[in-house]
Design a protein around this ligand. Sequence first.
Ligand SMILES: [Fe+2]
Ligand SMILES: [Fe+2]
Length: 159
Amino acid sequence: MIPENIFWAALARSSTIHDLRSYDHGPGHWQRVAQNGIELANYTEGADVEVVTFFALFHDTMRQNEWSDPEHGKRGFELAQTLGVEALLTPAQRHKFGLAVVRHDFGEVESDPTIGCCWDADRLDLPRVGIVPDERLMSTEAGKSAARRLERELLGERR
Ligand SMILES: [Fe+2]
Ligand SMILES: [Fe+2]
């Protein structure tokens, strides 16, 4: 569970909200990533829901533009550190949280169930920008089956 003070501080400090005023990468997206991630974690053995929810809140807090911004994960992680998130996590959780946030838009897949749920949760929200999620870029079995379902829903009539 994310403490309320950290939640509000993340909103208050977010460049995505205050500088970019982003719809595509703003709080609505973060909330859908949290919902996706919690659902994926329910079906993924060993996935840590706490890390997934912190990922959802911080991964896109510090965007500076809507397109190519490869450092935004790193800045989001730095904001989380500034707000004291690390003190709330175990060393193993910290490691996974850092890696998941910093590398989330590098186009990788990951065998660790927690990091896999984070990245899949983010990519499953791609239909908001008109992109059909690619099953091959999903890390978890739950993510792959959700991507297949979405593909059928979105492209079904055209096939
Ligand atoms: Fe991102
Ligand atoms: Fe995202």
